[in-house]
Design a protein. Structure first.
Length: 321
Protein backbone atom coordinates (compact mmCIF):
# COMPACT_ATOMS: atom_id res chain seq x y z
CA UNK A 1 0.00 0.00 0.00
CA UNK A 2 1.47 3.36 -0.99
CA UNK A 3 1.65 6.42 1.25
CA UNK A 4 -1.24 8.16 -0.54
CA UNK A 5 -3.59 5.22 0.03
CA UNK A 6 -2.53 4.96 3.66
CA UNK A 7 -3.10 8.67 4.23
CA UNK A 8 -6.82 8.04 3.61
CA UNK A 9 -6.71 5.79 6.69
CA UNK A 10 -5.23 8.49 8.92
CA UNK A 11 -7.47 10.99 10.69
CA UNK A 12 -5.45 13.97 11.84
CA UNK A 13 -6.43 15.69 15.07
CA UNK A 14 -6.69 19.01 13.29
CA UNK A 15 -9.04 17.53 10.68
CA UNK A 16 -11.58 16.09 13.10
CA UNK A 17 -15.11 17.22 12.30
CA UNK A 18 -17.27 17.75 15.39
CA UNK A 19 -21.00 17.36 15.83
CA UNK A 20 -22.73 19.45 18.49
CA UNK A 21 -26.13 17.80 18.03
CA UNK A 22 -25.06 14.17 18.33
CA UNK A 23 -27.10 13.14 21.38
CA UNK A 24 -30.28 13.77 23.28
CA UNK A 25 -28.69 16.13 25.82
CA UNK A 26 -27.48 18.55 23.11
CA UNK A 27 -29.84 21.28 24.39
CA UNK A 28 -29.69 20.45 28.10
CA UNK A 29 -27.88 23.20 30.05
CA UNK A 30 -24.50 21.98 31.24
CA UNK A 31 -24.24 19.48 28.37
CA UNK A 32 -24.98 21.72 25.39
CA UNK A 33 -21.35 22.61 24.57
CA UNK A 34 -20.18 19.07 23.85
CA UNK A 35 -18.47 18.16 20.60
CA UNK A 36 -18.68 14.53 19.51
CA UNK A 37 -16.46 12.89 16.91
CA UNK A 38 -16.94 9.61 15.03
CA UNK A 39 -13.49 8.57 13.83
CA UNK A 40 -13.78 4.88 12.88
CA UNK A 41 -17.04 2.96 12.43
CA UNK A 42 -20.63 4.15 12.48
CA UNK A 43 -20.58 5.22 16.12
CA UNK A 44 -23.71 5.77 18.18
CA UNK A 45 -24.67 9.30 17.22
CA UNK A 46 -28.41 9.99 17.18
CA UNK A 47 -28.01 12.83 14.68
CA UNK A 48 -27.74 12.74 10.86
CA UNK A 49 -25.27 15.63 11.20
CA UNK A 50 -22.53 13.36 12.59
CA UNK A 51 -19.59 12.99 10.20
CA UNK A 52 -17.95 9.55 9.98
CA UNK A 53 -14.26 9.79 9.06
CA UNK A 54 -13.50 6.11 8.35
CA UNK A 55 -16.44 3.76 7.84
CA UNK A 56 -14.42 0.55 7.31
CA UNK A 57 -15.57 -2.12 9.83
CA UNK A 58 -12.88 -2.90 12.41
CA UNK A 59 -14.78 -4.95 14.98
CA UNK A 60 -14.93 -1.87 17.21
CA UNK A 61 -15.61 1.86 16.93
CA UNK A 62 -13.28 4.76 17.68
CA UNK A 63 -14.75 8.09 18.69
CA UNK A 64 -13.95 11.13 20.81
CA UNK A 65 -15.59 13.78 22.95
CA UNK A 66 -14.33 17.33 23.26
CA UNK A 67 -15.70 19.55 26.01
CA UNK A 68 -14.96 22.96 27.52
CA UNK A 69 -14.57 23.27 31.31
CA UNK A 70 -17.62 22.35 33.40
CA UNK A 71 -19.34 20.65 30.46
CA UNK A 72 -20.91 17.29 31.27
CA UNK A 73 -21.84 14.17 29.29
CA UNK A 74 -25.09 12.76 30.64
CA UNK A 75 -25.61 9.34 32.24
CA UNK A 76 -25.88 6.55 29.68
CA UNK A 77 -24.93 2.95 28.99
CA UNK A 78 -24.03 0.68 26.06
CA UNK A 79 -24.50 -3.03 25.45
CA UNK A 80 -20.81 -3.51 24.69
CA UNK A 81 -17.55 -2.37 26.24
CA UNK A 82 -16.73 1.33 26.39
CA UNK A 83 -13.16 2.36 27.15
CA UNK A 84 -11.82 5.92 27.29
CA UNK A 85 -8.35 7.35 27.47
CA UNK A 86 -7.67 10.99 28.21
CA UNK A 87 -5.87 12.89 25.48
CA UNK A 88 -5.99 16.28 27.15
CA UNK A 89 -7.56 17.95 30.16
CA UNK A 90 -8.68 16.70 33.54
CA UNK A 91 -11.86 14.64 33.71
CA UNK A 92 -14.21 13.27 36.35
CA UNK A 93 -16.03 10.05 35.47
CA UNK A 94 -19.06 9.17 37.58
CA UNK A 95 -21.57 6.33 37.49
CA UNK A 96 -24.72 4.79 38.90
CA UNK A 97 -28.46 5.41 38.59
CA UNK A 98 -28.07 9.01 39.69
CA UNK A 99 -24.34 9.36 39.06
CA UNK A 100 -23.41 9.16 42.72
CA UNK A 101 -22.40 5.51 43.17
CA UNK A 102 -18.73 6.23 42.52
CA UNK A 103 -16.29 8.45 40.66
CA UNK A 104 -12.69 8.67 39.46
CA UNK A 105 -10.57 11.59 38.24
CA UNK A 106 -8.56 10.92 35.09
CA UNK A 107 -5.61 12.79 33.60
CA UNK A 108 -3.77 12.63 30.24
CA UNK A 109 -2.87 9.08 29.24
CA UNK A 110 -5.06 7.39 31.86
CA UNK A 111 -7.50 4.75 30.56
CA UNK A 112 -10.85 3.57 31.94
CA UNK A 113 -12.57 0.37 30.79
CA UNK A 114 -16.07 1.09 32.09
CA UNK A 115 -18.08 -1.96 33.21
CA UNK A 116 -21.21 -2.60 31.17
CA UNK A 117 -24.63 -2.47 32.81
CA UNK A 118 -23.78 0.72 34.69
CA UNK A 119 -24.91 4.23 33.78
CA UNK A 120 -21.86 6.42 33.30
CA UNK A 121 -21.15 10.07 32.59
CA UNK A 122 -18.16 12.39 32.56
CA UNK A 123 -17.27 16.05 32.83
CA UNK A 124 -14.28 18.23 32.11
CA UNK A 125 -13.06 19.54 35.46
CA UNK A 126 -9.94 21.19 34.04
CA UNK A 127 -9.36 24.80 33.09
CA UNK A 128 -9.16 24.33 29.32
CA UNK A 129 -10.93 22.50 26.51
CA UNK A 130 -10.25 18.78 26.89
CA UNK A 131 -10.50 15.70 24.71
CA UNK A 132 -11.09 12.05 25.53
CA UNK A 133 -10.79 9.23 23.00
CA UNK A 134 -13.26 6.33 23.07
CA UNK A 135 -13.25 2.67 22.04
CA UNK A 136 -16.64 1.00 21.76
CA UNK A 137 -16.99 -2.73 21.16
CA UNK A 138 -18.66 -4.16 18.06
CA UNK A 139 -19.16 -2.90 14.54
CA UNK A 140 -22.74 -1.90 15.34
CA UNK A 141 -21.58 -0.10 18.50
CA UNK A 142 -23.83 -2.15 20.73
CA UNK A 143 -27.07 -1.04 19.13
CA UNK A 144 -26.94 2.55 20.33
CA UNK A 145 -27.17 4.38 23.64
CA UNK A 146 -29.35 3.60 26.65
CA UNK A 147 -30.07 6.78 28.63
CA UNK A 148 -30.94 7.15 32.28
CA UNK A 149 -34.64 8.11 32.44
CA UNK A 150 -34.01 11.58 33.85
CA UNK A 151 -31.78 12.41 30.86
CA UNK A 152 -34.64 11.73 28.42
CA UNK A 153 -37.07 13.71 30.58
CA UNK A 154 -34.71 16.69 30.91
CA UNK A 155 -34.07 16.69 27.15
CA UNK A 156 -37.79 16.84 26.39
CA UNK A 157 -38.03 19.95 28.57
CA UNK A 158 -35.48 21.56 26.26
CA UNK A 159 -37.01 20.51 22.96
CA UNK A 160 -35.33 17.23 22.04
CA UNK A 161 -37.27 13.99 21.72
CA UNK A 162 -35.66 10.63 21.02
CA UNK A 163 -37.74 8.28 18.91
CA UNK A 164 -37.77 4.52 19.32
CA UNK A 165 -36.07 4.51 15.91
CA UNK A 166 -32.96 5.92 17.63
CA UNK A 167 -33.27 9.34 15.95
CA UNK A 168 -33.56 12.78 17.51
CA UNK A 169 -36.43 15.18 16.79
CA UNK A 170 -36.09 18.86 17.67
CA UNK A 171 -39.44 20.36 18.59
CA UNK A 172 -37.85 23.84 18.55
CA UNK A 173 -37.42 23.31 14.79
CA UNK A 174 -41.02 22.13 14.46
CA UNK A 175 -39.91 18.52 14.06
CA UNK A 176 -42.35 15.82 15.14
CA UNK A 177 -42.13 12.08 15.54
CA UNK A 178 -43.10 10.41 12.24
CA UNK A 179 -46.35 8.52 12.09
CA UNK A 180 -45.88 5.08 13.59
CA UNK A 181 -42.76 6.07 15.57
CA UNK A 182 -43.23 6.29 19.33
CA UNK A 183 -40.92 8.06 21.80
CA UNK A 184 -38.09 5.98 23.17
CA UNK A 185 -39.58 4.27 26.25
CA UNK A 186 -38.09 4.96 29.65
CA UNK A 187 -36.53 2.06 31.50
CA UNK A 188 -38.92 0.50 33.97
CA UNK A 189 -38.32 0.48 37.71
CA UNK A 190 -37.78 -3.27 37.45
CA UNK A 191 -35.06 -2.83 34.82
CA UNK A 192 -33.39 -0.08 36.82
CA UNK A 193 -33.42 -2.15 40.00
CA UNK A 194 -31.34 -4.86 38.28
CA UNK A 195 -28.52 -2.45 37.49
CA UNK A 196 -25.49 -2.68 39.82
CA UNK A 197 -24.26 0.33 41.76
CA UNK A 198 -20.51 -0.35 42.13
CA UNK A 199 -18.52 1.86 44.46
CA UNK A 200 -15.25 3.53 43.55
CA UNK A 201 -13.41 0.79 45.45
CA UNK A 202 -15.26 -1.83 43.38
CA UNK A 203 -14.36 -0.24 40.05
CA UNK A 204 -10.79 1.03 40.36
CA UNK A 205 -8.74 -2.20 40.63
CA UNK A 206 -9.73 -3.84 37.34
CA UNK A 207 -11.07 -0.93 35.32
CA UNK A 208 -8.60 1.97 35.59
CA UNK A 209 -4.93 2.10 34.53
CA UNK A 210 -2.77 5.16 35.11
CA UNK A 211 -0.46 6.60 32.46
CA UNK A 212 2.68 6.79 34.57
CA UNK A 213 2.18 3.29 35.96
CA UNK A 214 1.99 1.98 32.39
CA UNK A 215 5.07 3.98 31.38
CA UNK A 216 7.01 2.28 34.17
CA UNK A 217 5.79 -1.17 33.10
CA UNK A 218 6.50 -0.63 29.39
CA UNK A 219 10.27 -0.52 29.84
CA UNK A 220 11.07 -3.58 27.68
CA UNK A 221 7.91 -4.59 25.83
CA UNK A 222 4.43 -3.14 25.22
CA UNK A 223 1.99 -3.48 28.11
CA UNK A 224 -1.21 -5.45 27.55
CA UNK A 225 -3.79 -3.05 28.99
CA UNK A 226 -7.16 -4.58 28.03
CA UNK A 227 -7.16 -8.31 27.30
CA UNK A 228 -7.82 -11.65 28.96
CA UNK A 229 -4.45 -11.36 30.73
CA UNK A 230 -4.03 -7.55 30.69
CA UNK A 231 -3.86 -4.99 33.45
CA UNK A 232 -7.62 -4.59 32.97
CA UNK A 233 -8.81 -8.15 32.41
CA UNK A 234 -11.62 -8.25 29.86
CA UNK A 235 -12.58 -9.85 26.54
CA UNK A 236 -14.56 -7.05 24.83
CA UNK A 237 -13.87 -8.08 21.23
CA UNK A 238 -10.68 -6.02 21.04
CA UNK A 239 -7.34 -5.75 22.82
CA UNK A 240 -5.49 -2.59 23.85
CA UNK A 241 -1.70 -2.36 24.21
CA UNK A 242 0.40 0.55 25.45
CA UNK A 243 3.92 1.20 24.21
CA UNK A 244 6.60 3.78 24.87
CA UNK A 245 9.99 4.65 23.46
CA UNK A 246 11.51 1.94 25.66
CA UNK A 247 9.19 -0.78 24.36
CA UNK A 248 8.84 0.28 20.71
CA UNK A 249 10.55 -1.77 18.02
CA UNK A 250 11.39 -1.20 14.36
CA UNK A 251 10.60 -4.86 13.68
CA UNK A 252 7.53 -5.02 11.46
CA UNK A 253 4.55 -7.06 12.66
CA UNK A 254 1.06 -7.67 11.29
CA UNK A 255 -2.36 -8.74 12.59
CA UNK A 256 -5.22 -10.62 10.95
CA UNK A 257 -7.57 -7.76 11.93
CA UNK A 258 -7.10 -4.03 11.27
CA UNK A 259 -4.84 -2.28 13.78
CA UNK A 260 -5.49 1.21 15.12
CA UNK A 261 -2.59 3.37 16.36
CA UNK A 262 -3.34 6.37 18.61
CA UNK A 263 -0.42 8.42 20.02
CA UNK A 264 -0.84 9.96 23.46
CA UNK A 265 2.50 11.76 23.65
CA UNK A 266 5.33 12.37 21.21
CA UNK A 267 5.56 11.87 17.46
CA UNK A 268 5.61 8.35 16.01
CA UNK A 269 6.98 7.17 12.67
CA UNK A 270 4.99 4.29 11.19
CA UNK A 271 6.71 2.29 8.45
CA UNK A 272 5.36 -0.40 6.12
CA UNK A 273 6.40 -1.84 2.79
CA UNK A 274 5.38 1.00 0.53
CA UNK A 275 5.70 4.06 2.71
CA UNK A 276 5.97 5.89 6.02
CA UNK A 277 3.79 8.29 7.99
CA UNK A 278 4.30 10.37 11.11
CA UNK A 279 1.59 10.55 13.76
CA UNK A 280 1.13 13.20 16.45
CA UNK A 281 -0.98 13.08 19.64
CA UNK A 282 -4.66 13.01 18.73
CA UNK A 283 -4.07 11.43 15.32
CA UNK A 284 -5.70 8.06 14.58
CA UNK A 285 -4.29 5.60 12.05
CA UNK A 286 -5.97 2.45 10.75
CA UNK A 287 -3.50 -0.14 9.46
CA UNK A 288 -5.06 -2.78 7.15
CA UNK A 289 -5.18 -6.39 8.24
CA UNK A 290 -2.09 -8.46 7.40
CA UNK A 291 0.02 -5.39 6.57
CA UNK A 292 3.39 -5.65 8.33
CA UNK A 293 4.33 -2.35 9.98
CA UNK A 294 6.36 -0.83 12.77
CA UNK A 295 5.93 2.23 14.98
CA UNK A 296 8.77 4.04 16.73
CA UNK A 297 9.14 7.57 18.15
CA UNK A 298 10.57 10.02 15.65
CA UNK A 299 11.68 12.72 18.10
CA UNK A 300 13.22 12.88 21.56
CA UNK A 301 11.11 13.33 24.68
CA UNK A 302 8.16 11.46 26.14
CA UNK A 303 6.44 9.15 23.67
CA UNK A 304 3.52 6.80 24.31
CA UNK A 305 0.98 5.19 22.02
CA UNK A 306 -2.14 3.03 22.35
CA UNK A 307 -2.64 0.16 19.89
CA UNK A 308 -6.09 -1.40 19.43
CA UNK A 309 -6.67 -4.67 17.58
CA UNK A 310 -9.92 -6.63 17.21
CA UNK A 311 -10.08 -10.23 18.42
CA UNK A 312 -12.33 -13.13 17.55
CA UNK A 313 -14.16 -12.74 20.87
CA UNK A 314 -17.71 -11.42 20.46
CA UNK A 315 -18.42 -7.89 21.59
CA UNK A 316 -20.67 -7.88 24.63
CA UNK A 317 -20.90 -7.49 28.37
CA UNK A 318 -17.90 -7.11 30.66
CA UNK A 319 -16.13 -10.46 31.02
CA UNK A 320 -16.58 -12.11 34.42
CA UNK A 321 -13.71 -14.61 34.05
Amino acid sequence: MNAQDMESRIVRYGDLQPCKTAFIDAHTPGSDQKENFTIIGGGVSESPDQHVHISIPHGFNIGAAGQPPKCRNSLHDHRTAEAFFVLSGRWRFFWGRWGDAGEVVMEPGDIFNIPTGVFRGFENIGNDYGMIMAILGGDDAGGGVMWAPQVIEDAADHGLVLGEDGKLYDTKKQQRLPEGVAPMPLMSDEELAKRPEPTTADVLPNHVARYWDMVALADKKPVSVISETGLLRDKPGFEVDFMTRASASDTKTSHKHPTVLMPVTGHWRVEWDGGTATLAPGDTMSVPENLAHSAVPSMTGDAALYRIVATDDPAGLTWKG
